[in-house]
Ligand binder design. Structure first.
Ligand SMILES: [Zn+2]
Length: 395
């Protein structure tokens, strides 16, 4: 509550209490009357009775318009403390006052909008932010807030409208966001079996962000669904070129597309990819191919060589599985291997698979928009940790 008391000093000054007290102190050596309402308000705050204190301070604020800044600060402080109802009371009171300048009323409207967002009253917040845009007050912040609302509501058409209005006002490119909105619309259309709309939206996504990974990935999935595995292979390889971190993401579909297309160069293609992007899912897939074509020893050689360069739990899990499966030793030795395998699986289950490059948020599944910092395309697959720098050697 101490920070609230500091904020209230300007109210004290404006209410005449502080000044009159100083004047009186000069005259009467520190003894003088204080505004009883203000003192009562302070007492309420000290006694943790903020509602009674707010009643009094709002009454004082009506006396003098110069206390607006303090009330704005008090409101946002209540909101930051999670006391949204109190913040709403203060900001509503300000908005309703007749003597506010347009600029200050705009500020109070924006704060009230933020209160409504915190309280989950998105419809009310939307009306306020739209009003600010129309009044041309705090326009950029209001548009950003509207975009947050539409993102929460997953209204991608409105997100696109706001992004287009924001584009000339902001220094940062909106291309990545715009491409993701089109991708969201493409996924919605795909769920409704509307492949024509999905295709058009993916085209718009690529136009907005020609190097975007997601649109290429979705095009690949669509080609596979539509029975064109050859095209799917080309599109999935384009994903790898644009964002090699996502190779694990498309790998099962790429292998499926290669199988459906009857391609006999699958091992060579995987080997080539693994050489360029040594990640556990690729190495494990290649190990499976090697196991089938050249036997378990070749698969184990590949995994061991990979693990000598990368501290990677999923590679280690596959190696221990193969060792436990292949060992001809006694039951005791098999038990030791199974124990090591269980520990590895336990650690692997707690290991993040994805991490946000922006805020460090960790996840077990892919999010195109970070659930924590709300950035688009920043949650990427965690890459294996190198043990030492070596030349990549695939046997
Ligand atoms: Zn983040």
């Amino acid at each position: 509550m101490i920070e609230l008391l500091f904020l209230l000093l300007p109210i004290a000054a404006a209410s005449g209490w502080w000044l009159s007290r100083r004047d009186l102190r000069a005259k009467c050596d520190g003894v003088g009357p204080a505004n009883p309402d203000f003192l009562r308000g302070l007492n309420y705050l000290l006694e943790e009775q903020p509602d009674k204190a707010i009643d009094l301070f709002l009454k004082l604020a009506e006396v003098n318009g110069e206390t607006v800044e303090t009330h704005l600060a008090l409101g946002s402080l209540f909101r930051r403390r999670g006391e949204v109802d109190r913040a709403i009371r203060i900001h509503q009171n300000l908005v309703e006052r007749k003597n506010l300048s347009a600029e200050r009323r705009g500020y109070a409207l924006f704060e009230l909008g933020q209160d409504y967002m915190c309280a989950g009253l998105l419809d009310r917040a939307e009306v306020l932010f739209q009003e600010l845009v129309e009044l041309d007050l705090h326009r950029k912040r209001a548009l950003h807030a509207l975009r947050d609302i539409y993102q929460r509501e997953r209204d991608w058409v409105k997100c696109l409208e706001v992004a287009e209005r924001l584009r000339p006002m902001t220094e940062q490119s909106m291309a990545v966001e715009i491409a993701h909105y089109h991708c969201e619309l493409a996924e919605d259309a795909r769920r409704k079996q509307d492949s024509e709309t999905a295709q058009r939206q993916l085209m718009l996504a690529q136009e907005a962000d020609p190097n975007g990974v997601r649109a290429a990935m979705l095009e690949g999935y669509a080609a596979l669904d539509d029975g064109d595995p050859q095209r799917a292979v080309v599109l999935f390889l384009r994903v790898v070129d644009r964002g090699s971190a996502y190779v694990a993401e498309i790998l099962p579909s790429l292998i499926d597309a290669l199988r459906q297309a009857g391609r006999d160069d699958t091992p060579a293609l995987l080997e080539n990819l693994a050489r360029r992007h040594p990640t556990a899912p690729l190495i494990v897939s290649l190990a499976a191919v090697l196991e089938q074509t050249r036997g378990a020893e070749a698969a184990l050689d590949l995994l061991t060589e990979y693990l000598s360069r990368y501290a990677d739990l999923s590679g280690l899990e596959r190696q221990l599985e193969l060792l436990a499966q292949e060992t001809r030793s006694d039951e005791n030795h098999r038990h030791r291997l199974r124990t090591a395998l269980e520990v590895t699986r336990h650690l692997l289950a707690r290991h993040p698979v994805y991490q946000c490059e922006q805020c460090g948020f960790q996840a077990r599944s892919l999010h195109w928009q970070c659930p924590s910092c709300k950035s688009w395309g920043t949650v990427v697959p965690v890459q294996p940790e190198p043990i030492a720098a070596h030349e990549t050697r695939i046997p």
